[in-house]
Design a protein around this ligand. Structure first.
Ligand SMILES: Cc1ncc(COP(=O)(O)O)c(C=O)c1O
Length: 394
């Protein structure tokens, strides 16, 4: 490479095999476009991979989180506990039901819910906890479930980034009352937009299947292949339309044929980064915890040229942004790992919050950085990122 040119390495890149792209043609030709046989096939593969009893495909993870809370009967005046550092959708679904978001700070080591603080946030109005398995690392589900059981709360796992992530050998999404995955293109398996709800609870599964389909007691597929296809279903609920299309499901289903390879590739890339950056005191790479299998939806680090504490955050933030600028000029895309939701205008104003109310979420917001990691990443691309990071003037 001559010195004036450089590579361009995106933060993520969708990599679909030609056979996966071709897989969408069959449902388009079949005439069955919405929630038909391909949706069922994708759900079955998802259940087999995660070990979930039920898998229910929907239009996005956000829709699945919303449907979960709706199925649990969350309503105005209820409180739902949400980590302060997560994608905004985790909190928005609580707002969509008119309930109150109660933020909980995170553990800066894992970027996940700080279970030490959880108990003190529970009131008589609390109805649910919404832990997030951020970036592919499971939240401390044993502590969360123990508290939820004791206080009779629902647990909805936000497993948007959770494909392949295991906690004590069990796939995330099978640990709470429901779990919800995302198939947005930044995720390991993609259908463009899309989501999957998992649950072990038969009653919730029935309710969720209805709610995604206008509240219908029977899906179109069941009706068409049932004894009396000419009669319409009853609607026991005023449901929503959150059905996945069959061509999206075909794309998801085709990728599930190499689900283990996708996961292994991402874990391998993360291991190469871990080893390359092991000596960098200023960059804390994702933590390893025994009994947790990290699935690396993203490779999210903490930039720590000095100790990260509330007084240093704004200083470190300036330096992080200068570093991000420098990497961008070299063609390497990076991102803050995600955002602190309590610092975003809607939540800051509605709940009158300041950054320091959740100091670890604030620090993560300002000092985190995700480096490019995607399962189609080439050795050359990763070597280039490693070289530029190691040569950075921090
Ligand atoms: C933690 C988390 N929750 C929820 C979502 C929303 O997922 P979707 O875009 O599928 O609605 C995302 C998406 O990035 C996410 O990262």
């Amino acid at each position: 490479m001559n010195p004036t040119t450089h590579m361009n390495v995106p933060i993520g890149r969708t990599s679909l095999l030609e056979s996966e792209i071709q897989s969408i043609i069959e449902p388009l030709r079949s005439g069955w476009l919405v929630q038909g046989p391909k949706v069922r096939e994708f759900e079955d593969k998802w259940s087999a991979f995660t070990g979930s009893k039920h898998s229910i495909a929907v239009t996005s993870c956000t829709a699945g989180l919303h449907l979960s809370l709706a199925a649990m009967g969350i309503q105005p005046d209820d409180e739902v506990i949400v980590p302060a550092f997560t994608w905004i959708a985790t909190a928005n679904v609580v707002e969509h039901l008119g309930a109150k978001v109660v933020f909980c700070d995170i553990d800066l080591e894992t970027f996940n819910l700080d279970v030490q603080q959880l108990g003190s946030l529970i009131t008589t109005k609390t109805k649910a906890i919404l832990p997030v398995h951020l970036f592919g690392l499971a939240a401390d589900m044993e502590s969360i479930n123990a508290l939820a059981k004791q206080r009779q709360l629902w647990v909805v796992e936000d497993a948007a980034c959770g494909f392949g992530s295991r906690y004590r050998g069990q796939h995330v999404g099978t640990l709470g009352h429901t779990g919800v995955f995302s198939f947005h293109p930044r995720k390991s398996i993609t259908t463009g937009e899309g989501g999957m709800i998992t649950t072990q609870d038969d009653e919730l599964a029935t309710k969720l299947r209805r709610l995604r389909d206008h509240g219908a007691a029977m899906s179109d597929l069941q009706r068409h292949f049932g004894p009396r296809p000419y009669l319409l279903a009853d609607h026991p609920d005023a449901g929503y339309n959150q059905r996945m299309t069959d061509f999206q499901a075909a794309l998801g289903s085709a990728q599930m044929n190499r689900a283990s390879d996708i996961l292994l590739k991402r874990q391998h890339l993360a291991q190469v980064y871990d080893e390359a950056f092991a000596e960098l005191a200023w960059l804390r790479t994702p933590v390893h915890r025994s009994s947790y299998e990290h699935a690396y939806q993203s490779y999210s680090c903490l930039f720590q040229p000095e100790s990260v504490n509330p007084d240093a955050v704004s200083r470190i933030n300036k330096r992080r942004n200068i570093w991000m600028d420098a990497l961008q000029k070299l063609g390497i895309s990076t991102r803050p790992a995600t955002h602190a939701v309590h610092m975003l205008t809607f939540y800051r104003e509605k709940y009158k919050l300041s950054p320091q109310d959740f100091p670890n979420a604030y620090a993560a917001n300002d000092c985190s950085i995700s480096l490019p990691l995607f399962h189609g990443m080439t050795v050359e691309e990763q070597d280039y990122v490693i070289k530029q990071v190691l040569e950075s003037a921090i």
